[in-house]
Write a protein that binds this ligand. Structure first.
Ligand code: UTP
Length: 286
């Protein structure tokens, strides 16, 4: 079995739910305390053993490329001050996290279409997908948990969590049966189910590992929910044909694609900083 050593991070969405912040600023660059969201995602991929990462971008996302590049002027200035040595190292390490490549999705035709843009880069290997607006924080990197399931079962893997009955219509819904502690076999799925169409409350949240066959399936997948080419529709074909493994991963997931998720991520990560004492005081006045 081929090792999973490549990952794709789709980051070409328009971020309309986070306007006006995302009018010019890519949502993937919005910070959680002191790091842009996409850096947490690239760090997760690197910690999961991924060597090569393709970020799918589009017009106006040049900041993403700059962030993972060297910054010689800034580095020179920091190196003049011995006290700034730790931050200098941190800044330089960002450009060494992985080999990062970029390709533009020329039209915003959906997540499935964005993944299709990775075909040449991936070739004939299995690969991980880390959605550019889903940050997952935890001891054991979520992407690595999915890769282990791929190595164990040999078919495509989706990262799942149970969502509330009220929320399921905004996500996907999976037909699953348990096969282990946090493992399920998935044989069907539906994107944004209407009431009554739900297969379960398990939904794909931000991570998957896919075989290269997904590209041929994507080519034949017509536009689905919202008129976009949906990755879930292509994965449904794969799940019905070969079965997939669903992993209820450990880690806390933050949806950086909506304003509440961004605020939750900011507050929870800030609890590791002196902000905690400030927040405790503030809460007394609420
Ligand atoms: P979303 O649907 O959450 O992103 O896609 P969006 O289109 O930016 O959201 P809104 O509704 O306008 O606020 C999930 C992931 O897929 C990427 C997004 O960047 C995000 O990481 N995506 C989506 C693409 O790369 N291309 C697309 O055409 C659509």
């Amino acid at each position: 079995m081929k090792r999973v050593r490549k990952a794709v991070i789709p980051a070409a969405g328009l971020g309309t739910r986070v306007l006006p912040a995302t009018k010019v600023m890519p949502k993937e660059m919005l910070p959680i305390v002191d790091k842009p969201a996409i850096q947490y995602i690239v760090e997760e991929a690197a910690a999961s053993g991924i060597e090569d990462i393709l970020i799918i971008t589009n017009r106006g996302k040049g900041l993403l490329e700059d962030h993972f590049d060297r910054a010689p002027e800034l580095e020179r200035r920091l190196s003049d001050d011995p006290q700034k040595e730790p931050i200098l190292q941190e800044i330089m390490n960002i450009s060494k996290l992985a080999n990062i490549f970029y390709v533009r999705q020329k039209e915003t035709k959906g997540l499935g279409h964005a993944i299709g843009c990775a075909r040449e880069f991936i070739g004939n290997e299995p690969f991980a997908v880390l959605y550019g607006d889903d940050v997952i924080l935890g001891e054991d990197p979520a992407c690595g948990q999915l890769i282990r399931a791929y190595e164990q079962f040999g078919n495509g893997v989706v990262g799942v969590k149970e969502v509330s009955p009220q929320a399921i219509s905004k996500y996907s819904s999976l037909k699953v049966e348990p096969i282990g502690e946090n493992y399920f076999r998935c044989t069907d799925m539906i994107e944004k189910p209407k009431p009554g169409e739900e297969l379960s409350l398990y939904s794909i949240l931000g991570r998957c590992v896919l075989p290269p066959e997904i590209f041929d399936i994507l080519d034949k997948t017509p536009p689905g929910a919202g008129g976009e080419i949906q990755l879930t529709d292509a994965m449904r074909t794969l799940a019905r044909r070969d079965g997939m493994t669903a992993v209820d991963f450990t880690g806390k997931r933050y949806d950086m694609g909506n304003k509440l998720g961004i605020m939750q991520a900011g507050v929870e990560v800030a609890l590791n900083h002196p902000f905690r004492a400030y927040l405790k005081e503030l809460c007394k006045t609420l």
